[in-house]
Unconditional design. Structure first.
Length: 160
């Protein structure tokens, strides 16, 4: 058994079903309000982040108290809509970002642990085949198809 086993849980299938249902519901509710941007659009647009949030908040207060400075081409009503949607979606985004990070990290680690142990199993089957252990050769050959044409490797990358 590996000493690097960071993921050792058994998530009940019923809970995965619940999570998928909840996420599907959330997606169904929000999808009609969401847009899709191209990578090019995302690259060049202005972004309202933490550093500019205070500025935007003050500007929105001034738009209400001193609307005469608003150019005629800009709609205070549309600014209000944008401000409201930004503030509504920000906590949703943060929750999804936290969930995504945890799911991504856990899935990646579980996959890495599994793959490492599968490679150890394959090595055992290869050794068994070399020693003419009954049943080892077909297992070794079948699993070995994954690595055909790759050549030998020098081993895993160094650990820190």
């Amino acid at each position: 058994m590996s000493t690097d086993n960071l993921v050792s849980v058994d998530i009940p299938d019923a809970e995965i079903v619940q999570v998928m249902a909840a996420l599907t519901t959330a997606s169904d509710i929000l999808m009609k309000y969401l847009i899709a941007l191209t990578p090019e659009q995302r690259k060049w647009m202005l972004k309202l982040g933490d550093a500019s949030l205070s500025f935007a908040s003050k500007a929105m207060e001034y738009v209400k108290s001193s609307p005469s400075f608003l150019p005629a081409t800009v709609s205070a009503e549309e600014m209000d809509k944008d401000w409201k949607v930004f503030n509504q979606l920000t906590p949703v985004f943060h929750l999804l970002e936290k969930l995504y990070s945890g799911v991504s990290d856990t899935s990646m680690e579980a996959g890495s642990e599994l793959y490492k142990n599968c490679l150890l199993y394959y090595t055992g089957a290869k050794i068994g085949a070399e020693m003419n252990y009954p049943g080892a050769k077909p297992v070794s050959e079948d699993l070995g198809k994954r690595f055909k044409g790759q050549g030998r490797r020098n081993g895993p990358p160094p650990t820190e």
